[in-house]
Design a protein around this ligand. Structure first.
Ligand SMILES: C[S@@+](CC[C@H](N)C(=O)[O-])C[C@H]1O[C@@H](n2cnc3c(N)ncnc32)[C@H](O)[C@@H]1O
Length: 308
């Protein structure tokens, strides 16, 4: 396991369970976002997301769940995602150890055909759990959203003694409609399970304060840490795959190179056909220059939150 650190942000390149056990102190973390492999056969660089059975997957998950509970402060919060198939196992395990406040559905749309002989799955489940149901962080005013009745339809409630306007804002309920990250979106990184910044923004803002420590044991594209950083939180991330470590080093720690390789943002195919033929596609050279000592240097910066 290798540690990279810059100011208040730490990245571990290694196995989540081993790193949690050997490096993270008991009761030291305010907020955990866990988005592990789902046991659905995805390919994460050199790692294949498939366990021999549901039971073996659940046993593996129980081990890191125990560790997450250990490192969480008494006032801490954990959000946990997994596949719809695996969630019942983890829900049963967690509800005996933490208080599950909400069972959240992250719902999204797709223009593609999902299934022809059954209802295609268009959501992912997420648990919102706390150690102490009487003392946990929930910054309700930081995550309010527009309430249609009051904000858009401007209706008046005549049921009381005095008519009044419906509230223009409300606290989000447990069905979150957030678009998935698509190739042409600015926040896109080259990873098969990237979670949207908007999803993490709600979680980080609701369940932590500035200066708190946010942990993500399966960091992937490091969205959790990037959002934590943008909102003045500290972060600890763990990722086993070098291909994704590089995203974190660039996105969170601001590294421009890794072992001589330029850490530029993904180069997207921007070829568009128009009446005058093909426009030029972007290439790596558009984003990197070779410095005097031969090292490639990234020219592009991190995504700005104002881009969201
Ligand atoms: C579902 S993805 C996380 C995606 C992430 N939330 C995001 O928004 O990009 C799971 C990640 O866990 C990593 N991973 C798989 N096994 C791991 C392990 N034992 N320890 C640490 N990371 C692991 C995979 O490489 C993958 O990037």
């Amino acid at each position: 396991m290798i540690k990279y650190e810059q100011h208040d942000h730490i990245i571990y390149h290694g196995d989540a369970l081993a790193t949690l056990r050997s490096t993270i102190e008991t009761a030291s973390v305010d907020l955990i976002f866990v988005d592990p492999p789902y046991n659905i056969g995805k390919k994460f660089a050199d790692f294949k997301d498939r366990w021999p059975s549901d039971a073996v997957y659940a046993e593996w998950a129980y081990a890191w769940i125990d560790e997450c509970i250990r490192v969480l402060k008494p006032s801490g919060t954990m959000y946990l995602m997994t596949s719809t198939q695996a969630m019942p196992y983890l829900d049963l395990y967690i509800r005996e150890r933490l208080t599950i406040l909400s069972r959240i559905v992250w719902s999204y749309d797709s223009s593609g055909l999902q299934a022809k002989k059954y209802y295609g799955s268009m959501y992912e489940p997420m648990l919102h759990c706390v150690k102490d149901a009487k003392a946990y962080t929930f910054n309700v005013d930081d995550i309010r959203i527009a309430a249609r009745t009051g904000a858009e339809r401007k209706l008046i409630d005549y049921r009381g003694k005095v008519p009044k306007r419906y509230s223009t804002t409300k606290v989000p309920e447990n069905v979150w409609h957030v678009p998935r990250v698509r190739y042409r979106m600015d926040e896109y990184e080259d990873h098969p399970a990237q979670k949207p910044q908007a999803l993490l923004e709600r979680i980080v803002r609701a369940s932590s304060h500035a200066g708190d420590t946010v942990l993500d044991p399966f960091a992937g594209t490091f969205t959790t840490a990037a959002v934590a950083q943008a909102f003045g939180r500290k972060s600890i991330s763990i990722e086993s795959q070098a291909a994704y470590l590089k995203i974190g080093l660039r996105r969170v720690l601001g590294f421009e190179t890794y072992q001589g390789e330029c850490l530029a943002r993904p180069v997207k195919n921007t070829r568009v056909r128009n009446g005058r033929g093909l426009k030029k596609a972007a290439t790596t050279e558009d984003f990197c220059s070779v410095t005097d000592d031969g090292e490639q240097k990234a020219l592009s910066g991190n995504t700005l939150l104002s881009d969201w």
